[in-house]
Design a protein around this ligand. Structure first.
Ligand code: ZN
Length: 359
């Protein structure tokens, strides 16, 4: 096979892309720089990257295709790990009983094709395509295709958590599983757990992108963990504003003040919330991690609020065990095992504790 190939420069010349003089110039530049001849010719402006891909496909006697959404099999796309496609610049085109067709900008990437053959136990049918076009298409499709699943998980959980004390979601991603815990009022409850197939793989970015698509702004914290990723998100609802500060919030969708606000954790999708180590004079401060000093303009979560506070704007959902299921989970409590009573107004910490004991 190898010996039948024409030299690359000769091929370029046969296709009328360059002259003998260009080849000589290219070879000289190649000697200086140690590049491949094609790269040298691109650098000299004799040809484009696209010319190389096209000629390579001719040299290897494979078709050159223009990749776009219509030439891509979205179901087949899901069968590949995203990173694998991005790193190797591969667009899955279609699958038949005995072959998997792909487009790539590197038709000589035989090691990778062998992996696909092994995975599918089918022959790989290769087409060449422009690398930049592959990059652009993959980033579009993988974002589009990656998010709906995560988005659907989040939407279901968000629906369950409305009007509850759970204001924080703890998301743990391991190579083979997703676990989501809901936290609030000292209660941590696992609300979602799924095993993943060998090729399914979600990252923090899938979650952030899904929230972005859903138009949800949020605060977040990230933790280093072994063998996976762990992060917490605090969705911030636009639907209610703390009516005064200091405030104590124990509700899903932490309140968002109307003015510019600062917070002690990460922020995404909230233009008027900024990160700061501690309270900034004259501004509200959402103290997710707690704050020991004195400030009138602090918005605490129920779990970070100082126990001695007296008159505070409070919006807290007080949890009580679901009487129908005794905490085991039933449709009435959306399988959370808890029901909630809203406490909304000016109260002291003591008032909250008294109410908690009463329910
Ligand atoms: Zn129940």
């Amino acid at each position: 096979m190898e010996s039948e190939k024409k030299p690359f420069g000769q091929l370029l010349k046969d296709f009328g892309l360059i002259t003998d003089a260009d080849i000589e110039e290219g070879l000289a530049h190649q000697k200086e720089t140690g590049q491949k001849l094609g790269e040298a010719l691109v650098e000299l402006g004799k040809i484009t990257g696209r010319d190389i891909e096209w000629v390579l496909s001719k040299q290897l006697d494979i078709p050159f295709v223009i990749v776009d959404e219509t030439t891509t099999d979205l179901e087949l796309l899901q069968k590949f790990p995203k990173d694998f496609l991005m790193v190797n610049r591969i667009v899955p085109m279609y699958e038949t009983d005995d072959e998997v067709a792909i487009a790539t900008d590197d038709p000589q990437n035989t090691e990778v094709f062998a992996k696909i053959e092994e995975k599918f136990a089918k022959k790989v049918n290769i087409s060449a395509a422009n690398g930049d076009a592959i990059d652009a298409l993959l980033s579009k499709l993988l974002k589009q295709e990656g998010s709906p699943e995560v988005q659907s998980i989040l939407e279901k959980q968000f629906e369950r958590l409305q009007e509850t004390c759970f204001y924080r979601l703890d998301i743990r991603l391991n190579p083979n599983s997703i676990t989501i815990g809901a936290f609030g009022f000292g209660i941590l409850k696992t609300i979602y757990k799924a095993e993943l197939g060998p090729d399914e793989n979600f990252t923090r970015n899938d979650f952030f992108a899904a929230l972005d698509t859903m138009g949800i702004g949020f605060l977040y914290e990230e933790y280093g963990v072994e063998n996976g990723e762990m992060f917490s998100i605090y969705p911030v609802g636009e639907e209610f504003k703390p009516q005064a500060a200091p405030a104590v919030i124990g509700a899903f969708g932490l309140g968002l003040p109307e003015e510019d606000t600062f917070t002690d954790v990460g922020v995404s999708g909230l233009e008027r919330v900024h990160v700061a180590q501690g309270p900034v004079d004259g501004y509200d401060f959402i103290a997710v991690r707690g704050y020991d000093g004195r400030s009138e303009q602090i918005i605490y979560t129920i779990d970070s609020a100082p126990v001695e506070f007296l008159n505070c704007y409070v919006k807290v959902y007080i949890p009580k065990m679901c009487p129908s299921c005794g905490g085991a989970g039933c449709p009435e409590c959306k399988h959370l095992g808890l029901l909630f009573n809203l406490m909304d107004g000016i109260f002291s910490f003591n008032d909250i504790m008294t109410t908690l004991k009463q329910v």
